[in-house]
Write a protein that binds this ligand. Sequence first.
Ligand code: KG4
Ligand code: ZN
Length: 342
Amino acid sequence: TDEPLILGIETSCDETGIGVVRGHTLLADAVASSVEEHARFGGVVPEVASRAHLEAMVPTLERACETAGIQLRDVDAIAVTSGPGLAGALMVGVAAAKALAVGLGKPIYGVNHLAAHVAVDQLEHGPLPEPCLALLVSGGHSSLLRVTDVTTGVDPLGATIDDAAGEAFDKVARLLGLPFPGGPHIDRAARDGDSVYVDFPRGLTSRKDLERHRFDFSFSGLKTAVARWVEARERSGEPVPVNDVAASFQEAVCDVLTRKAIDAAVTEGIEDILIGGGVAANSRLRAMAEERAAARGIRVRVPRPGLCTDNGAMVAALGSEMVRRGRTPSALDLPADSSLPV
Ligand code: KG4
Ligand code: ZN
């Protein structure tokens, strides 16, 4: 085809991702993760992540080109996550992207990581419905976005005021003695648990909180409530019912996420909700969102788990839209901006 060939580079957190996309077609998605190096610290260590990106960059790039069956000189444009994310980690990706852009004489597009989590869905389900409401939930962010144009018009409606949803999963998993990252382990444990065993708090859902934080989230109170409950149970000498606590915690998180996402969509008159980020892999979140949205005549799109977690394909997907929609490329002094707003 004559659609442009886009290489995407993602290094905002602990995944070195290189994706190759032509139009809406995914040709390669190579990811190297340093998650195991962070596991013993219970969270991502920025310095460790930066060094891992430096080591993984070229091998991952070679793997992506090989899978896609392309040579670097075939690439029409380079897209790279310029933020938000860990500063040192972003710099590795941005520097690599600039080197490629200069070496190949091709344009570079700095893209927003959150918008890329939205754009990736078109690789799986075709053209994005615009406007759509995006619920982005990962270890680093939890946001509700109104997307009118994924390349220029992404407006935040709300976000977490403390922990990200994935962070809450990881911290509660730790309390329950489950490995890092905890989300998938809680998901699995919850399948054999009773989701109404403990009635954990739903953050920012009281009438008073809704006045100021209608579309915001808070998960630190929930995490503390789980910690207190587990401590009390341990003090009593009785065993902690891990599956039931996992299920009750997960139910509280999913309840708030889906309730607020649907409220936002209804309020904005939007008929499509897109869920992205690592937590979108959660089986209960998917089921609950689909059930509740269907009752309101709203469609839900969730990319497959491999595209929900951080990867290079999402960056290439957004870069591809930038090119298709005639957006201006970035300058070669493109900075890495750890707190880049959408
Ligand atoms: O998008 P991602 O790979 O990286 C970040 O940008 O953070 O998301 C990772 C997060 C982790 O907190 C992990 O525990 C969570 O996504 N996660 C899940 C599930 N799979 C991954 N949380 C809940 N249920 C899951 N099945
Ligand atoms: Zn992410």
